[in-house]
Design a protein around this ligand. Sequence first.
Ligand SMILES: O=P(O)(O)O[C@H]1O[C@H](CO)[C@@H](O[C@H]2O[C@H](CO)[C@@H](O)[C@H](O)[C@H]2O)[C@H](O)[C@H]1O
Length: 673
Amino acid sequence: MEGLDGTHRVIIENVKPELNCGQYPVKRVVGEELTVTADIFGDGHDEVKAVLLYRHSRSKKWNEVPMKFLGNDHWQAAFVPDAMGMYEYTLQGWIDHFYTWQKGLRKKFEANQDITVELQIGAQLMEEAAATAKAGQQKRLHKWAQQLRSNISAADGVELATSHDVTDQMNACCERKNVTNYSKILRVDVERQKALFSTWYEFFPRSAAQEANRHGTFQDCIRLLPRIAEMGFDTIYLPPIHPIGRAFRKGKNNATTSEPGEPGSPWAIGAEEGGHKSILPELGTLDDFRHFVHEARNHGIEVALDFAIQCSPDHPYVKEHPQWFKWRPDGTVQYAENPPKKYQDVLPVNFETEDWQNLWQELKSIVLHWIDQGVYIFRVDNPHTKTFGFWEWMIREVRVKHPQVIFLAEAFTRPRVMERLGKIGFTQSYTYFTWRNSPQEIREYLTELTKTEMREYYRPNFWPNTPDILPEVLQHGGEPAHIMRVVLAATLSSNYGLYGPVYEFSMGTPYPGKEEYIDSEKYEVKHWDWGKKTKVSEVITLINKIRKVNPALQTTWNIAFGDTDNPQLLCFAKWDSAKRNKIIVVANMDPYNTQSGWVKVPIHELQLPQGEQYMVHDLLTEHKYTWQNEWNYVELRPHEMPVHVFRIEEANTGMGHNNLDDTWLPTEHTTHE
Ligand SMILES: O=P(O)(O)O[C@H]1O[C@H](CO)[C@@H](O[C@H]2O[C@H](CO)[C@@H](O)[C@H](O)[C@H]2O)[C@H](O)[C@H]1O
C-alpha cells in the first residue's frame, strides 16, 4: 500500500488541451485566452469542487481560477496570459463537504424531514473551519455556528446556512482536504501578438533596383519601404541574402549549369566570401543591412530572414567541418533533394554526424548572429528535412533568451510531419491553402485547422503563391483569381503572405506543365516597375487596411461557415472575442463566371437576433445592403469584384465606421445585388 493515498476520492481526466500527454505546450499569444476543460468527478453523490491553477514559469506562485460545472461531470475554466514565455497549468479537485452538506440540508428541509442534527453538523463544520481561519473570520464563523446550535427555526437555519455570506466565508476558510492534483503540469507557450496576426511581403532584394540591368541593394530595399508600408504589410521576408556558391550554380529556369554572369539561386548558400553569417557583396554590407532593418522598423515593418540549412560546395563549412557532410566513396556528397525536386547546387547537412553537438551549436549561432542584427523573424526553409530534435532544442534555446523570436516553418510535406513541426515549437506554418480550390475544400481544411486539436499548436500562414508555386488557379484565372485568392488568404487566416512583385505587377507566366513561374527570379535578377499600381495591388492595400481595423480578421480561430445553394460560393463569418466586430465573407471561387445564389449567414455564432434586419457593409466596394434572417442573396461578377467582405453594422456595436479613407477604394465598384 506504499505510495497509495486511500482518502482521495476525486478523479481528473480528459483534460483539454493536452498535447501528446503533455509532452508539448499548446500555443497562445499575449492576451489570448486559454480555456481548459476536464472531466472531474468523485464516487457517490458528494459535491465536487475544482480549480485551474496557472503561473508563468518564472513565477513560483500559482494563480487559481474556480472551475465552472458544465454538467455531466464536465468542468471548464480559463485564463488570459499577459506576458510572453512559458506558462504552466494544472487542475485540482476535491470533495466539498460543506457544499455537500448545504445541498443535503436543503433537500431534507424541502422534504419536511427533521434537520436538527443536520444543523449541528453544519455548526461543527463551521467550527472546524474557524480553527484555521483568520481572527475576523473566526468570529463570524463561531457566531453562525452558535446560531445553528441555538433554538433557530428550521427555515431560518436553512436560510442562514445557505446564505451567500456563509457560503463565501466557508469557501474562503474551509481547508481543502484530500485534494486530487492532476498528475501533470501542462504548458502553454505564449508568444507576442504578431505570432497570430501578421502580413508578409516577400521579394528578392536582387530585384529591388528602380532601374533595369542593375543588381538590387539594401539601399534599393530602403527605397521600397514607404510603398510596402502603405500597402499595409508589417513583415518583409527576404530569400537568403548570403554569398551564393559558384560550383554547380544554377542558370535561368533551374538549368543545372549557368552562364557567366548569372547570379544563381540565393538558396545555394556559401562561397569564398563567406557563409550563413555573411552578406552577398552585391547587396551591400552588414551595416547596410542593419540600416535597412532599422529603416524598416521605422515604417512599422519587421524584416524576416530565410534560414536554410544547406551549403553550396563552396561554403566554408565544407572545408572547415567536412564531418558535417556525408561523403561517398568517390569523395563527393549527394546533393540535396526534396523529392521530386532536386537541388543540385547544394549539399545537405548530415544530422547523423557524430559531431552533432558542435553542428547544433553552430547552427544556433547563425540565428543568434542575425538576432544581434535586429532580425526576430525567421522563415525556415525545408525544416522537415532536418531532425525534429534539433528544431525543438534550437527553438527552445533561442526563445528562452529571446521570446519575441518567430519561426515560420516552410514545410510542404506529409500532414503528420507538418503537425509535428508545429508541436515542437514553430510559431507559424505554411499550409495546403495554396491548393484548396473549391468552397468545399476550403471549408473542410479550415474546419480541420480551427476545430480540431490542431488549433492548439498549428498557426497557419496562408500564401496564395510563393516563388516556387504558381498554382493552377492563378495560372489561368487572371486578375479575378489573384484578387479572390489574396482576399481569401487575408480573411481566412490572420497570418498571410504573398510573393509580392509578380503577384501585383505581372501575375506571372507558368513554366509549361508545371505549377511554377517561368523565368523565375530565383535564378535571375528582375526589373519591376515598383511605381506601378494595379487593381490587384489596390485590392491588396485595401484588404490589408480592412484587416488592421477589424479585430475579427486578426484571429484565425473565430470562424463559422454558412451553407450556400451554389457550390461555387464560399460563405464564412468571423468575429472578435467581444463579438462587437463581425465580418461575413462571400467569395465566388469560379474566376471565370458570374455566380449568384443564396447564402446562409451563421446568425447563431454571430449572435444576430432572429428575424431582425441588419446592414451589411461591403468594405471592398463601400456598398451597403439590408439583410434579414439567415438566407440572403448575392451575385458576384469576378471581373468586377469576386469577393464581398461585409461588416455587419448593427445599431449599437460602435463599429459603424470603417476608419478607411476613401482614396483606398478600388477604381471599379458596381452594385452586385
Ligand atoms: O523544397 P521547397 O519546395 O520547400 O523549396 C524551398 O527550398 C528549396 C531548397 O532550398 C529552394 O529551392 C531553390 O534553391 C535551391 C538551392 O539553391 C535550387 O536548387 C532550387 O532550384 C531553387 O528553387 C526553394 O526556393 C525554397 O522555397
